[in-house]
Design a protein around this ligand. Structure first.
Ligand SMILES: *Cc1c(COP(=O)(O)O)cnc(C)c1O
Ligand code: SF4
Length: 336
């Protein structure tokens, strides 16, 4: 049962759809709202032409105004440095184009497929490896879902379907339900996994209808959220995660190791502890994918290993995320 108190924070607020639709897209508004220098505007505008700015209000509320180094701001603010061409940083660093068996479906690893359920995201993360992904081709029309479902139904080795994107929770509950019902009809599918940053950036997305949908299914449901810094975890997110857990959803987190944001032991340790306090286990700490425009976030492999070893010395094993890197063509994500 979901108690009234758990959900009370949702009642007087805007709906998640309104919060998603009203996300800040204009760099001038972002700078003004956060009391940041307007000299940054021309560069921010240029960088946002390559990959649009998008910051929803609940995430903005966790950014400290006037602090140019705020770890949440750094994840979303378009910068001039993104436009520099750096050798080795390319449009499709993880080989998604090659792995796409049909539009919208990625089959790289045994037993599981990844479905690009939608191209849309509620937030735009500057380091995103999909920032140049051709979502309009890879997307998410009902026709593409049909093709993907046919592929899944024809291959009984597929035990787990991962909904990704974009962000699958940017779909409406109705659309999501359509997809889940179709997957339920495929007997060999046992697990449903959602890779989503939406609960973090708009916790109001965890609606009673969604909780109901996820708890009333024969599929084991896993949600992999995406938080990079402990400041992303506030009371609203904590309530949302608690209700997910009460609905029987297994909660995991993946982070990206990002220079200037979470590349220090204290931050990584406190992130793991803050996640577990909300019932979330740290799963992956990804080495940045070398996507064009994100070179300034890179932490080199040796530094990453040293950091990870130091984190391991501070925490119980179950709170240490696996440090991994994605190498195109490998059968799994590679431990560093
Ligand atoms: C990361 C990824 C997965 C999931 O890998 P796990 O190791 O099971 O978390 C599945 N498919 C694709 C295409 C991926 O990129
Ligand atoms: S939410 Fe995920 S897919 Fe969307 S921009 Fe951020 S990292 Fe990329």
């Amino acid at each position: 049962m979901i108690s009234e108190t758990v959900l009370s924070w949702q009642r007087p607020l805007q709906s998640w759809q309104q919060l998603q639709a009203s996300a800040i897209r204009d760099p001038a508004i972002l700078l003004a709202r956060l009391q940041l220098p307007m000299e940054w505007l021309p560069a921010a505008r240029l960088a946002a032409e390559q990959f649009a700015l998008r910051v929803p209000e609940p995430f903005l509320a966790r950014i400290q105004p006037g602090d140019p180094n705020d770890p949440l701001l750094r994840q979303v603010l378009p910068l001039a440095i993104e436009m520099e061409q750096i050798p080795g940083f390319v449009a499709d660093p993880v080989g998604d184009q090659a792995a796409m068996v049909e539009p919208g479906i990625l089959q790289k690893y045994a037993g599981r497929v990844l479905l690009v359920a939608t191209g849309a995201c509620a937030v735009h993360c500057r380091y995103c490896f999909r920032r140049h992904f051709p979502y309009t081709q890879a997307n998410a029309s009902t026709a593409h879902w049909q093709t993907a479902l046919t592929v899944i139904a024809a291959d009984s080795s597929i035990k787990e379907v991962i909904l990704s994107g974009g962000d699958p929770l940017s779909l409406s509950d109705d659309r999501l339900n359509e997809l889940i019902q179709a997957l339920l009809a495929i007997p060999h599918v046992q697990r449903l996994r959602l890779h989503t940053r939406l609960p973090v950036v708009i916790p109001q997305r965890i609606t009673p209808a969604l909780l109901n949908m996820l708890s009333h299914t024969r599929l084991q449901t896993i949600m992999v959220i995406h938080a990079n810094h402990p400041n992303e975890i506030d009371a609203t997110l904590r309530s949302a995660l608690t209700s997910l857990r009460h609905s029987g959803v297994t909660l995991l987190n993946q982070s990206v190791l990002l220079r200037g944001i979470n590349d220090d032991v204290a931050t990584l340790v406190s992130l793991s502890e803050a996640l577990f306090a909300c019932g979330v286990l740290p799963y992956y700490l990804h080495q940045l994918d070398k996507v064009q425009g994100a070179a300034h976030f890179e932490v080199d492999a040796d530094t990453a290993r040293t950091l990870h070893a130091a984190v391991r010395d501070c925490l119980p094993g179950y709170l240490v995320p696996r440090l991994v890197k994605e190498i195109p063509g490998m059968a799994a994500k590679l431990p560093l």
